[in-house]
Design a protein around this ligand. Structure first.
Ligand code: ME8
Length: 521
């Protein structure tokens, strides 16, 4: 049983509908999963919902629903969002599922037996929005708590704590010795800076039922529920356990069913936003180490989106609704904009004009035009039959494939798209330089026309293979228009010379119809 490439995203709070930030994270993850599939690996892609906690309890109450009714309703919306984005997911976890609850409780019991927990009374500040306790250190220079914490209240309560301090030295060493453990580099430095300069506070892992009852019952004391982050992080091993991962089952003290085993753990990449890096790069590794499980290979933290230079906020109406954009422009146009606009490390700014400009210039005039005119010319001048192999663009295509392979190994998605588009630009120049429409008028130039047409359709084929992880629907359409019945889902097919003389292509049609400037987006 070989281990699959296992990738996860953050599980989203189910206290509203999905927005641009959620969509972005899932798309980055999907591209990386598809890259690994294209390289021939077996993959497993997990996403899901974080359904417990005060925020969800409050959101449900505001709608006059029980938390369960509220979550069940929204789970339908979020699952259909996965379809809308075209994600190749293998499972969808909800933290209210019994399979998850069992794993959380088993871990809590195990860590308790090892003496990792203790009780103490806390008196101080609490933010329900961030589901966290705050200290004086969290105040801004003006003395107020940041607006991101929402309403901050004073409280005094008895809770259970997880001892973290003893773990600090090995974690620093692990991050120093494994540069790819936290990426991008700026985020790695951020975590190291924090671990080296601040003493880790023990983690409060319970909330009293009297204040919050929407959570996983704490197995050691029924007057508590489990802290939502301890609950949520565990989802990453709930699913391996549910699929019979022997390593995880062993750590949980459960026996493996030999008929249904998939090896997933350790995760290859946890894709998360920069705001939840500490939970993933500090608390989660410590929890795993205490459980006796190996650490994930990488935590990849992406930047955040704003709209028109401002934080997205439902109350001001300043939001991008991915579903509206996708319904109007198509999912691949949406995927392209978010992937091309930002490097994973950077923060981004959505503008409707920027979206429209990229659509028209890069998708319609760049890729769409190249594919449409290349295939249409082959149809018109050679009845749609592929001409004899010619290699004028082969060196440039091969160079691009090599460069993209290296970039993809480092998850440099934006840079890969830049390289793909330089090949598109080069091929469009080649049309202008060779001018097949002129060659077609002179029978003495038939061989030159054959050569030009071969180079163009073969570049289109290679582009489809390179584009598949990013724009899967478009890549499949290009293959179909080329009359190819297989899927463009293997990078090995990006080798020059795949199209054979005499092959008959399908019917060309516009991939990205040009839109005028009056659209809303
Ligand atoms: O944090 N731009 O859930 P969440 C980019 N349940 N990414 C954004 C974003 C934006 N404007 N807004 C949110 C949680 N995100 C927890 C996670 S994981 C065990 C538990 C990202 O719904 C955010 O960074 O608040 C996070 O990675 C994800 O969306 C879910 O955020």
């Amino acid at each position: 049983m070989s281990k699959r490439f296992y990738l996860t995203t953050a599980i989203d709070y189910v206290n509203g509908e999905p927005h641009l930030g959620h969509a972005y994270e899932k798309i980055i993850a999907d591209v990386i999963v598809r890259v690994h599939r294209s390289l021939g690996q077996q993959t497993f892609f997990l996403t899901g919902l974080d359904e417990h906690g005060q925020k969800v309890q409050q959101a449900a109450a505001a709608e006059g629903k029980t938390p369960r009714q509220y979550c069940d309703g929204l789970a339908i919306v979020w699952k259909s969002f996965v379809q809308k984005l075209g994600l190749l997911t293998d499972d969808f976890v909800r933290t209210t599922e019994p399979r998850h609850q069992q794993v959380v409780q088993a871990i809590l019991s195990k860590l308790n037996q090892q003496g990792q927990f203790y009780q103490k009374e806390y008196e101080g500040f609490y933010s329900a929005k961030a589901e966290t306790f705050l200290t004086e250190k969290d105040r801004n220079p003006d003395g107020a708590f940041d607006r991101e914490y929402g309403e901050v209240v004073r409280l005094k309560e008895q809770n259970y704590y997880f001892k973290l301090q003893a773990h600090q030295p090995w974690l620093i060493e692990h991050i120093e010795q494994n540069p790819s453990f936290v990426q991008p580099e700026t985020r790695r430095k951020e975590v190291l800076g924090f671990l080296k300069h601040d003493q880790l506070e023990d983690l409060c892992i319970t909330r009293p039922v009297a204040r919050l009852n929407w959570g996983i019952p704490f197995p050691l004391d029924d007057s508590y529920v489990t802290y939502v982050w301890f609950d949520a992080l565990v989802n990453y091993i709930t699913v391996p356990a549910a699929h019979g991962d022997p390593l995880v089952l062993q750590a949980l003290g459960a026996s493996a069913d030999s008929n249904s085993q998939i090896s997933l753990w350790p995760a290859d990449i946890h894709v998360v936003g920069k705001d939840i890096l500490k939970f993933h790069a500090v608390y989660w590794p410590i929890m795993l180490k205490a459980m006796g499980l190996p650490l994930p290979k990488q935590i990849l933290a992406h930047g955040w989106w704003q709209k028109d230079g401002q934080k997205m906020s439902k109350s001001t109406g300043n939001v991008v609704d991915p579903v509206t954009v996708i319904n109007e422009w198509g999912v691949d146009a949406f995927r392209f904009y978010v992937l091309r606009e930002l490097d994973i490390a950077a923060d981004g700014n959505w503008t409707d004009a920027g979206f429209r400009d990229r659509y028209n210039a890069e998708l319609a005039d760049g890729l769409g035009n190249l594919v449409n005119r290349s295939l249409s010319m082959l149809k018109r001048y050679r009845n749609g039959f592929v001409t004899a192999q010619s290699n004028a663009l082969a060196p440039e295509a091969e160079r691009a494939v090599k460069e993209i392979r290296a970039l993809l190994e480092q998850n440099r998605l934006q840079a890969s798209l830049v390289t793909i588009w330089s090949l598109i630009t080069r091929a469009n120049q080649y049309v202008d330089q060779t001018a097949p429409f002129k060659l077609a008028k002179d029978p003495a130039k038939a061989k030159l026309l054959d050569d030009a047409l071969y180079n163009l359709v073969e570049v289109c084929r290679i582009l489809a293979v390179l584009l598949w992880p990013f724009l899967p629907g478009t890549a499949s359409k290009i293959y179909a228009q080329l009359g190819l019945t297989e899927a463009p889902d293997k990078l090995a097919a990006a080798q020059w010379g795949g199209l054979k003389a005499g092959h008959s292509i399908g019917t060309p049609s516009a991939l990205f119809p040009k839109k005028d400037g009056k659209d809303k987006n």
